[in-house]
Design a protein around this ligand. Structure first.
Ligand SMILES: *Cc1c(COP(=O)(O)O)cnc(C)c1O
Length: 373
């Protein structure tokens, strides 16, 4: 055997880059020796974890030496009642990213493509290329559009061909915050050929105030090729526990469960998610607070000549007017972690999570110093 031959990954892997998450607070502490740091980089809930989930965690006295319930009986019953679907329509995930990955493993692979908008969530191309599928990136709407940088549904429909396995889309979308109207989404779903799975990622749907999304059950009854994903990482404040799920037809759900790791969701995550689902006060309060703070923050940024993209999520993406890298790094030195978006094709923009009123004030003060305003 020649000595210089090392194991080579398949072609999809060679084109992949490792996902770069929002910088952890501990990293910045270590690197700069800073004491007071605020992180507005990963769209976590500034109000923390649902108190009901936190209390359930403290009270937990279950058997940690046993495997979790791989079928997730209790939480599926609860989610089924919540959405008016059958438990056989629910796929549990170790975060909703897990459900995205299961989708790619089932419906993508060599010879198949995924249609994805430009400036969409980074996990979609990762899970596609991980199974050696083709990423078919569709140009987003332009900066002057009514929904700047939003998904161009007509162009996405055009990009679909007989080898398309999945269309991934998020509404509200990360990292732009832009959204799709119910009418536009419905028309799109009607136009998609039935062999194509449409993943509608609703990680931020609870924060949307402009228009109530139709009940998932009604959409699923009409569109047997639809997968809707939800997460407990954002508004429920449970990002560390890793819990999300997918809703789809029983047929699609069966396929997804064939490739799911048997114990992908841990016991504590399911236990806390059950409690969080009853914590409607926390959700209502989180939405009210986010809406008020998001509006206030958008006004403050606009007043500084830093226009934001329209957002229905819990973050704002704004144009720095130049290369955002320097602003990002200067903000780090000021103890404020935001999210640079060059990897998303938005090198001039930064994304900031809507924090508490206090956090947002610290962020704005730091930004003023950094930009010398
Ligand atoms: C945060 C986020 C998710 C959720 O990921 P989890 O794996 O559930 O933590 C999914 N989709 C989008 C668009 C997100 O921003």
């Amino acid at each position: 055997m020649p000595q210089d031959i090392t194991p080579q990954p398949h072609a999809g892997i060679t084109q992949l880059h490792t996902y770069v998450p929002g910088k952890p607070i501990e990293d910045l502490k270590r690197e700069l020796g800073l004491e007071h740091i605020i992180k507005l980089a990963s769209n976590e809930n500034p109000l923390g974890t649902s108190p009901a989930a936190q209390a359930a965690l403290s009270r937990f006295d279950g058997a940690l030496y046993r495997y979790p319930d791989g079928a997730g009986y209790d939480i599926k019953q609860r989610l089924a009642a919540e959405h008016g679907v059958d438990p056989t329509q629910i796929t549990l995930g170790n975060g909703s990213d897990d459900v995205l990955e299961l989708t790619a493993r089932v419906f993508l692979g060599p010879g198949r493509n995924a249609v994805i908008s430009q400036h969409a969530f980074a996990v979609y191309p990762i899970v596609t290329q991980a199974v050696n599928g083709e990423v078919r990136e569709v140009a987003a709407l332009d900066a002057a559009a009514e929904m700047p940088y939003g998904h161009d549904l007509a162009a996405m429909r055009e990009a679909i061909d007989e080898n398309t396995g999945v269309v991934f889309m998020a509404s509200p979308n990360n990292p732009t915050g832009t959204w799709l109207s119910n009418a536009a989404l419905t028309a799109f779903l009607e136009s998609v050929p039935p062999h194509v799975v449409v993943v509608l990622d609703q990680a931020y749907i609870e924060y949307q105030t402009i228009e109530a999304a139709p009940p998932v059950a009604a959409w699923l009854a009409r569109f047997p090729n639809l997968i809707v994903t939800r997460t407990f990482s954002k508004i429920y404040g449970m990002a560390a526990l890793r819990f999300g799920y997918g809703l789809a037809s029983s047929t699609i759900t069966d396929y997804l469960n064939r490739v799911r790791a048997p114990f992908n969701v841990n016991t504590l995550a399911m236990h806390c998610a059950l409690a969080a689902l009853d914590d409607t006060d926390f959700i209502t309060h989180s939405v009210t607070s986010n809406t008020a703070e998001r509006d206030a923050l958008a006004r403050e940024l606009a007043a500084r000549g830093l226009p934001c993209l329209p957002s229905q999520a819990n973050f704002l993406t704004f144009d720095t007017g130049g290369d955002a890298r320097e602003t990002y790094e200067a903000m780090l030195r000021a103890g404020v972690i935001v999210r640079p978006l060059a990897g998303y094709g938005l090198a001039q923009h930064l994304r900031v999570t809507v924090g508490s009123a206090e956090d947002n004030a610290v962020f704005l003060a730091a930004l003023d110093r950094v930009l010398d305003r």
